[in-house]
Design a binder for this molecule. Structure first.
Ligand code: GRG
Length: 306
C-alpha cells in the first residue's frame, strides 16, 4: 500500500489536472475573469476537500474518476469562499495561499466576479459531467448537487459566514451581537467550514456508490473531522507564522474573534481535536470503513502543524 504522502500527492496531481481543464477559458469566457479565477485556483492549497471526496468514493468501493467532477466542484466552491472571505467587506486580508489576495492584484470588483464565476461554474461542471447515458451516475450526480448546494448555501457555509460577520459588524444603531459562547462557536464553525468538509466526504460516498449505511457513517465521521479541522486551524492561527500558513497569522485573536484556544487554551483544544478524530474512527467502524484512507486523512488534519 502506498504511504499517505504518496496517496495525497497522486490525488493532488489528478485534481490539479482536472481543475485546469474545468476552468472556463477564452474566447467563451472573457480573459480578465478567466485569469482571475485561475490565479486563485492554481495558487496551491492542500486540496483537502477534493481529496476527502476521492478518498470517500474509494472507501466505499468506487473509483476516483467517478468522484472527480464533484471533487473539482467542491474545490471551486472552496476557492470562491476564500476569495470572498478575504475581501475588504469581510476579513480584509492581503495574503492567501502564500500570494497576495485576488482583490489586491485584480481589484475588488473582479475578485467578487471571480468568486461568483467559480461558484456557478461548480454547478455547471456537475451538470455537464452527469452522463445522461448512465442513469445511475446521473441520479447520483443530482443527489450530490443537492448536498453540495445545501452545504454551500445559507443554512451551511454562507450562514456560518454570516454568523461570523455579525460578531464584528455593528447594526445601524452601532450595536454588536453578543460574543459567541462555546455552543455558538461550534454552530458557527459547523456551518462555516464544517458543512463543506462534510459535503465533500458525503459527495464522494454517493458518487462511489456507497450504501446508505456507508453514507451515514461517513457523514457522522466527516462532521467530527470538520470540527477537528477548525479547532486545529484556530490553534495554528495562534501558533503558526504567516509564512507557514500562507495567510496572515494571528488575525482572529487580533480581531477579538472567539476561537477554540481563546475559550479552552491550546492544550485542551488539541485534545478536543483528537477526541473528534476518535469519534470519527468509531463512526467509520460501524460501517467497516475504519481502515480506509479516510481515517489517515483525519489524522493528517489533526496532526498538521505538530
Ligand atoms: C465568503 C460565503 C463565504 C464563506 C467563507 C470558508 C470560509 C467561509 C471562510 C474562510 C475563513 C477561514 C480562513 C476559515 C478557517 C478554516 C478554513 C476554511 C481555512 C482554509 O481552508 P484550507 O486550510 O485552505 O483547506 P487551503 O488553501 O489549503 O485550501
Amino acid at each position: 500500500m502506498t504511504t499517505l504522502a504518496e496517496y495525497l500527492e497522486a490525488c493532488r496531481l489528478e485534481i490539479d489536472a482536472a481543475l485546469e481543464s474545468a476552468l472556463p477559458r477564452p474566447p467563451a469566457c472573457p480573459a480578465v475573469v478567466a485569469d482571475a479565477m485561475r490565479y486563485s485556483v492554481t495558487a496551491g492549497g492542500k486540496r483537502l476537500r477534493p481529496v476527502l471526496c476521492l478518498a470517500s468514493a474509494e472507501a466505499v468501493g468506487g473509483t476516483r474518476a467517478d468522484a472527480m467532477p464533484a471533487a473539482c466542484a467542491l474545490e471551486l466552491i472552496h476557492t470562491y469562499s476564500l476569495i470572498h472571505d478575504d475581501l475588504p467587506a469581510m476579513d480584509n486580508d492581503t495574503m492567501r495561499r502564500g500570494r497576495p489576495t485576488l482583490h489586491v492584484v485584480a481589484g475588488e470588483g473582479m475578485a467578487i466576479l471571480a468568486g461568483d464565476g467559480l461558484l456557478t461554474e461548480a454547478f455547471a461542471l456537475l451538470a455537464r459531467e452527469a452522463p445522461a447515458a448512465d442513469p445511475v451516475l446521473a441520479r447520483r450526480t443530482l443527489r450530490v448537487i443537492g448536498v453540495v448546494a445545501t452545504a454551500a448555501g445559507a443554512i451551511g457555509m454562507v450562514g456560518g459566514q454570516a454568523l461570523d460577520l455579525a460578531c464584528v459588524t455593528a447594526d445601524p444603531e452601532g450595536r454588536l451581537a453578543p460574543p459567541l459562547d462555546a455552543d455558538g462557536l461550534r454552530v458557527m464553525h459547523a456551518k462555516k467550514t464544517g458543512a463543506l468538509i462534510r459535503a465533500s466526504a458525503v459527495a464522494g460516498a454517493i458518487m462511489g456508490g456507497g450504501t446508505e449505511q456507508h453514507i451515514d457513517a461517513i457523514e457522522i465521521a466527516a462532521t467530527d473531522l470538520g470540527l477537528a479541522f477548525q479547532i486545529i486551524d484556530d490553534v495554528l492561527d495562534v501558533e503558526g507564522s504567516s509564512a507557514d500558513l500562507g495567510k496572515t497569522a494571528g488575525k482572529d485573536a487580533a480581531a477579538g474573534k472567539p476561537t477554540y484556544p481563546a475559550l479552552y487554551g491550546v492544550a485542551r483544544s488539541r485534545q478536543m481535536a483528537a477526541e473528534g478524530l476518535e469519534r470519527a474512527r468509531a463512526a467509520l467502524d460501524t460501517a467497516s470503513l475504519a481502515d480506509s484512507r479516510l481515517l489517515q486523512i483525519g489524522r493528517w488534519i489533526v496532526e498538521r502543524g505538530n
